[in-house]
Design a protein around this ligand. Structure first.
Ligand code: SF4
Length: 287
């Protein structure tokens, strides 16, 4: 797949094994910006000892409002070999993390799998979290069947026009829906252990954007009607403009309370009842 890169739905067709790079800038080695226990993720991932995040540099999306743009667009990070990646995973396990949380893994899947092969021989046993922007191809996801335990994709938009303007990809909605169906087929609804820590399943993130730019109504309809009303959904309220968002008038302010309430109401109306409350303002966490 790397010889004429079709690892993600961008289908750049470049020969990454020969050192060519496509939209994600990565050639033959993963780049990592940081790794460590993370306590800001969803409660079922954080548990008591944190989620073991590894942040991969670059991304196959071009979101104008990316809060991590220095990593995802500007390339902050250092190359990590197979051995180094495996060591990171094992060190997160040794520190008591509940999972290995692979952040932005889509464009570096082969290098993750290569490192996993090594880490497993060194007794890595934690659940693996595939934490992506949701622009993943079904063909590549099929290769992960039986390897990934927890899928945590974004559902960023339901409208093509906004997807094109804000992330540079017109077909995001259709590709994203197909990816979510495949992820759910593989792992089902999110399952927690007795301590409320995630073991397996699908967890969807949806960042609500100002002026209904994220298309929340269709996102929750799709999840409820075409995936499962038991879908664990994190409706994220923390949008604030950064990076190039100031150039887009409709995106140049934070989300307001009414917009957040509307998104939560829409999810409830569709029967989605497993809403993560971690990222909501305090009064709404108590509802
Ligand atoms: S993984 Fe990178 S090079 Fe390959 S198709 Fe996607 S963006 Fe292009």
């Amino acid at each position: 797949m790397l010889e004429e890169c079709c690892l993600c739905p961008r289908h750049c067709g470049v020969n990454r094994l020969a050192g060519e790079s496509g939209k994600c800038h990565i050639t033959t080695e993963a780049i990592v910006s940081s790794y460590g226990p993370h306590f800001g993720e969803e409660a079922p991932l954080v548990g008591s000892h944190g989620s073991g995040t590894i942040f991969f540099t670059y991304c196959n999306l071009r979101c104008v409002f990316c809060q991590n743009y220095t990593i995802s667009q500007l390339g902050e990070g250092s190359p990590a070999s197979r051995e180094e990646l495996a060591r990171m995973m094992l060190s997160l396990q040794a520190r008591g993390c509940h999972n290995i949380n692979l952040v932005s893994p889509t464009h570096v899947i082969p290098y993750i799998l290569d490192a996993l092969e090594l880490a497993v021989t060194m007794e890595l046993y934690l659940p693996l979290v595939y934490n992506s922007g949701g622009y993943d191809s079904v063909e590549t996801l099929e290769l992960l069947d039986g390897i990934v335990d927890i899928y945590m994709p974004d559902m960023k938009y339901s409208g093509e026009k906004n997807a094109e303007q804000l992330s540079g990809i017109k077909d995001y909605p259709a590709v994203n829906k197909a990816a979510i169906r495949e992820m759910h087929r593989q792992v089902g609804d999110l399952q927690l252990d007795g301590q409320g820590v995630a073991q397996r399943g699908l967890l969807v993130r949806h960042l609500v954007l100002p002026n209904r730019l994220a298309g929340t109504k269709e996102v929750v309809r799709f999840l409820a009607q075409e995936v499962s009303t038991n879908t664990y959904l994190n409706i994220m309220a923390q949008y604030h403009p950064c990076y190039k968002a100031f150039d887009i008038p409709l995106l140049s302010r934070p989300l307001n309370k009414q917009e957040l309430h509307e998104a939560i109401d829409l999810a409830h109306q569709r029967g989605l009842h497993r809403l993560d409350k971690h990222h909501l303002p305090l009064p709404l966490r108590l509802v």
